[in-house]
Design a protein around this ligand. Structure first.
Ligand SMILES: Cc1ncc(COP(=O)(O)O)c(C=O)c1O
Length: 422
């Protein structure tokens, strides 16, 4: 996104063009930015360790157009559910190009995951005997909770440590792999995902060390080879203006050096190094275009837009910051104003005391930044509001990649018993 003479553009397409063509609110993704993000990260990691692969965590933005961009760039898919395995299949990816990292899986999940022959990543030791009732996976890993995690978004997305619901305790790891070996499974990997949105490279070195110590001891004790080590996602992006981003070169260098040091220390046959980021690829490549429909001067001044907690859940859910631009007014004097959506909840008053153009007016377009990850996928229909459209921009080209919902989307899967119609 860039601003030229106060007008906002996504690549070469203006926010105005998007609003006129598709209405508001609309999610917009810049294809070039997604490719650039992926390539920069891959270049950095491959430079320090050649046997490296990214699996894109499709939960962050599950539009198949976006998924195909990342597949073209060489990503596999990290799937959180059977339906995400099916999304990967729609991309032409299956088998060992897909990692299944669901948690608290049902028997149906286990059976369908097994049938799709993806890499199985179990979140708990108790899942193994249940999985074995349906058959043996070709490749198995366990999600380890190394006891420590971190996130710039706070505890909400800190996915490891004693308060997290994810992963197995380090003390259970050897037992888990021993059970798998005894069951005749012979190909192994190891996984963790201790936190999301981290911009400190040292964090990545630390978690690599934690996992490698666990795996090193287990590998030695059980005489098993780990074909891959998956460090999860978590590569962070800055959300606030002036916030420092992740130095991907330093992160890659620190991860690779820690990894290689530990491979040598434990005498391991070098595993493939994998990560499964999402936010880093799509987060800053996605935006929401909305409109100001009303301005209220009451206890505070509030811009009422069509972007609410139903369109972008992160602020109400995580108290997350998303920067807001007003099209055509970015050079104007500013004052503190609030921004809300149209939902009947006070958590929908999702930006308070923001420094925004003082003359912002009804009819103006607003653009919400960094909405490409955990944006559309978390939108919902509360208050009868419908999910927005999604548009992909590439140079001057703009393409509708998901239609805006219609009233039919609200009622088409509802069945009213005949007796209630009388
Ligand atoms: C298992 C797993 N892998 C990868 C990711 C992607 O994380 P991020 O967007 O922080 O890179 C997530 C996100 O929650 C996840 O749960």
């Amino acid at each position: 996104m860039h601003i030229d003479h106060q007008k906002i553009y996504f690549d070469q397409v203006s926010a105005e063009q998007i609003a006129e063509t598709y209405g508001t609110p609309t999610y917009v993704y810049e294809e070039r930015r997604i490719r650039e993000n992926f390539r920069n990260a891959l270049r950095a990691f491959k430079k320090y360790y050649d046997d490296f692969r990214f699996f894109y965590a499709i939960k962050a933005c599950n539009n198949l157009a976006v998924g195909n961009i990342l597949r073209q760039e060489g990503a596999g898919i990290d799937a959180a559910s059977v339906n995400e395995i099916l999304l990967a299949k729609e991309l032409g990816l299956g088998g060992e190009d897909v990692m299944f990292s669901g948690n608290f899986l049902s028997d149906d999940d286990l059976r369908q995951g097994l049938e799709s022959r993806v890499i199985f990543n179990l979140d708990d030791i108790s899942l193994l005997p249940r999985l074995l009732r349906f058959g043996k996976p070709e490749v198995l890993s366990f999600r380890v909770n190394p006891g420590y995690g971190r996130s710039n978004v706070g505890e909400f997305v800190t996915n490891a440590g004693p308060r997290a619901k994810f992963g197995i305790h380090p003390e259970q790891v050897t037992k888990a792999y021993a059970m798998a070996k005894e069951a005749g499974i012979s190909r192994f990997g190891a996984h963790m995902m201790p936190g999301s949105c981290v911009t400190d490279p040292e964090y990545f070195a630390l978690i690599t060390e934690l996992l490698m110590d666990v795996i090193g001891r287990t590998g030695r004790e059980l005489d098993i080879h780990f074909e891959f080590i998956d460090l999860g996602g978590g590569l962070g992006i800055p959300y606030k203006p002036g916030e420092e981003g992740l130095n991907i070169e330093t992160a890659a260098a620190r991860i690779a050096s820690t990894f290689q040091k530990k491979v040598a220390e434990y005498g391991l046959r070098p595993p493939r190094l994998m990560m499964e980021p999402a936010r880093y690829f799509t987060g800053d490549a996605g935006f929401i275009v909305g409109r100001i429909h009303a301005i209220k001067h009451s206890y505070t001044e509030i811009l009422g837009t069509d972007i609410g907690m139903n369109t972008l859940a992160r602020p109400a859910m995580y108290d997350a910051y998303h920067h807001i631009y007003v099209d055509g007014r970015e050079d104007e004097p500013r004052r503190k104003i609030g921004v809300c959506g149209q939902i009947c909840e006070n958590t929908d008053y999702w930006a308070r005391d923001r420094s925004l153009p003082a003359d912002s007016a009804v009819g103006d377009l607003v653009v919400v930044d960094n909405a490409g990850a955990y944006g559309y996928v978390m939108s919902y229909q509360y208050n009868g509001r419908l999910r927005p459209a999604e548009v992909l921009v590439n140079g001057k080209e703009h393409t509708l990649i998901r239609e805006r919902e219609t009233f039919d989307s609200l009622v088409s899967n509802i069945h009213v018993p005949e007796r209630l119609r009388k």
